[in-house]
Design a protein around this ligand. Structure first.
Ligand code: HGY
Ligand code: MN
Ligand code: MN
Length: 433
């Protein structure tokens, strides 16, 4: 079990503040953008985005490219038993715990080019910039690629950062199967990215994650930077509704046990439940399996996953409870069977104030417009926050669109986010004159 650190403030070293690189220290936006576009060529989608799902050959290819770039930047590479990748740039004090940055390279099936990738390659850009400028830090800096953040092929999301943080056991994670019945552990080995470093053994001085907002607030407010103070909580409930498959033509309406109709009524209830906790709660089902999924057969069974989120844990718990009560009533009224299984989730998180203020003061020092935000999406940082002082910096995305191949950001937004990440990391890793 990973020792849970007492969350301590990341002391803002006054002398480092003086030594902090003034407004002039910035990353190289063209190099960052070129790397983003190069990575986007691996596992292309069908509409300009990416389909680089976890533990696929495309994931392996993206990992290899990331490792090549890190080695070219002089990093030493680490790989743990969950396939989490660590690229270390040494500090002057070998005993100082490293400052970690990073996110994920895996994508949704219809993912964008920036979700997760910006945080990994933005972290790499920090190392490249520090190399260019000959910057030395007391603490090492490590860039991380967390395996299976998306949770599409293997639920739940943030699986490997969750194992790293001691939330899930590795055995539980290895046994997860995808739609074809392939085990996580077997696929990790098959693609050649199963390390032998004990997952969770690494200790962190702090962790920072740069990520696109994946929502509309920053763009609508005209802000370049989101200072993420909290992450909302998430709940995934898998619902199995069982009726009776029968002929869609010859079965009279009163005789039907239509599992598809039962699901439809439950999804209407999910929408009403989320609206009842407006404006912050959200709810929907993105995963739906219909059996036998034949045009002329009444669905005998449907399996779907309800995704509820809110910054308030009591709201999440109320939505979960009402789903079960109202879903059970719908099933009873229709003569259907229904089963509920909690398959993922985490409580709302408050990020470390020391790290959050390092992000905020970096944005101020650099003159970027910024505002405090709560993350609507889940991130690896939400789990790492339990084992190390953690914070996130966000940049806007066009129309707030994400988990869609049309996801887009501007080079300026990527630059602003990486500049702020650079300054926050240098404050925390302590520049050595
Ligand atoms: O589900 C999430 O919020 C994340 O994108 N995996
Ligand atoms: Mn992400
Ligand atoms: Mn995502």
């Amino acid at each position: 079990m990973v020792k849970i650190y007492a969350l301590h403030k990341v002391e803002y070293a006054k002398e480092t503040a003086m030594a902090a690189p003034g407004e002039n220290l910035k990353i190289n936006p063209d190099r960052l953008w070129d790397s983003l576009m190069e990575m986007a060529k691996i596992g292309p989608g069908v509409a300009g985005g990416n389909n680089r799902q976890t533990l696929t050959d495309e994931d392996a290819e993206g990992r290899a490219l990331f490792q090549k770039w890190c080695e070219e930047a002089g990093c030493t590479m680490g790989l743990d038993t969950m396939g989490n990748m660590f690229a270390q740039r040494d500090g002057t004090d070998p005993d100082a715990l490293p400052v970690y940055v990073g996110s994920h390279l895996d994508t949704q099936p219809t993912g964008g080019k920036y979700d997760g990738v910006l945080g990994v390659l933005g972290g790499l850009e920090l190392l490249r910039t520090m190399n260019d400028l000959g910057i030395k830090t007391k603490h090492p800096v490590v860039v991380t690629n967390w395996t299976n953040e998306e949770g599409t092929r293997y639920a739940p999301a943030m699986l490997s950062s969750g194992v790293f943080a001691g939330i899930h056991t590795q055995e539980w994670a290895y046994a997860k199967t995808d739609a074809e019945g392939l085990r996580f552990g077997d696929e990790l080995k098959r693609i050649g990215w199963q390390g032998d470093e004990e997952v969770g053994a690494r200790k962190m001085h702090a962790f920072f994650e740069l990520h696109i907002e994946q929502g509309p607030i920053l763009e609508a407010e005209g802000k370049d930077i989101g200072v993420v103070t909290h992450g909302q909580g998430l709940s995934w409930t898998q619902v199995t509704v069982t009726g009776k498959d029968a002929h869609t033509g010859s079965t009279p309406m009163p005789m039907r046990k239509n599992a598809g109709l039962g699901m439809a009524r439950m999804l209407e209830a999910v929408d009403q439940i989320a609206w009842s906790h407006a404006p912050h709660a959200v709810g929907a089902a993105g995963h739906i399996e219909v059996y036998p999924n034949s045009r002329n057969v009444i669905p005998g069974q449907v399996i779907f996953t309800v995704d509820f989120r809110s910054p308030d844990l009591s709201v999440i718990e109320d939505m979960e409870k009402r789903l079960r009560v109202e879903g059970q009533k719908i099933a009873d009224d229709m003569g259907l069977e229904v089963a509920f299984e909690k398959v993922g989730g985490f409580d709302p998180v408050a990020f470390d104030e020391g790290c959050v203020s390092a992000i905020r003061s970096a944005a101020e020092r650099l003159g970027y417009s910024h505002m405090d935000v709560i993350s609507g999406a889940g991130h690896d940082a939400c789990w790492i926050n339990g084992v190390a002082p953690t914070a996130m910096v966000m940049c806007p995305c066009v129309d707030g669109l994400s988990h869609n191949e049309a996801e887009e950001i501007t080079k300026e937004w990527a630059k602003a986010g990486a500049d702020v990440l650079l300054h926050a990391v240098l404050e925390t890793a302590e520049i050595v004159k």
